[in-house]
Structure formats: C-alpha cells, structure tokens
Design a protein. Structure first.
Length: 149
C-alpha cells in the first residue's frame, strides 16, 4: 500500500473524530477540504502572501484541550521546531488567529503538540509531543498526554 501525506492527513482526521475530538481547522497536503485554514502570520510582513507565516496541518479540540498536529509521511525535525515556536514565541498570534477565524478563545485552554507520521523512529519524538503513527491502524505514542475520555 502506498502511503502519502494526504492518506496520513485523512486517516488522522478520521481517528481523532472517532475518538471524540472536534476537528476545527485543517490544511491537507496539496489542497483544501471543508475546514477553515489557520495561518499564523508574521507580524513584520505586511505584503500579500504567506512569507514567514505558519499554517498548522490539523487543529482539533476535546474539552479544554487544543491539539495542534503537523502531518508528514516521514519524521521532520522542522515540524517539532515549528510547533515549539508556535506554542511559545508565536502563542499570541495563534490565539489571535483562532479568535479571528473560528471565534474561539483558547487563552485558558491546554495546548498539546503532536505529529502524525507513517514512518518514524519513536526515539526521536520529544517527551512533550503526542505522535500518531499512521498505517492500516494508528499507534499513539505518548498517549498519556491526551485527555481521558
């Protein structure tokens, strides 16, 4: 079976939905779906376009938890750097983007960072990230970080 980023995206989206998560926003590989896209813009860039901005592949909510998910076929350390940056130095821009696009106030919510991949070595996954290993089924690494049902 050939697994590409679109497969990982839709499989992850279905898994989260099936497990009680509300899918809020998304940006599938090479296209769009019915979900709004959240873009965290670089405040120093005033021209049109997305230069210096971040787009999060999938954003979901369960109770008072927001899950930010970056999706790839294989592990990329740049996704970890991106989510760490978004949840630290760009946190104010994240809050503003979600308020603007979804009318969602996440200022008091817990944010969990996650990766969804097909091919990975689990030793590379940081302790504060959830990882969805996607194939025919989904294996969840660091599942203890997710809220209980």
């Amino acid at each position: 079976m050939h697994i590409d980023e679109s497969f990982v995206y839709f499989k992850t989206k279905q898994y989260l939905s099936d497990n009680g998560w509300t899918i809020l926003a998304g940006e599938p590989a090479g296209g769009s779906d019915e979900l709004p896209r959240i873009e965290i813009r670089n405040p120093g860039f005033r021209d049109k376009g997305s230069k210096g901005s971040y787009k999060i592949d999938l954003i979901s909510q369960k109770g008072d938890v927001i899950l930010l998910t970056e999706i790839k076929v294989t592990y990329s350390h740049s996704d970890i750097t991106k989510l760490n940056d978004i949840t630290s130095t760009k946190n104010a821009q994240l809050i503003a983007a979600l308020k603007e696009r979804l009318d969602l106030d996440i200022s008091l919510k817990k944010i969990i960072k996650s990766l969804s991949l097909n091919n990975l070595k689990s030793s590379r996954i940081p302790y504060d990230f959830v990882c969805f290993k996607v194939g025919e089924t989904i294996e969840v690494i660091n599942q203890h970080l997710l809220p209980k049902d």
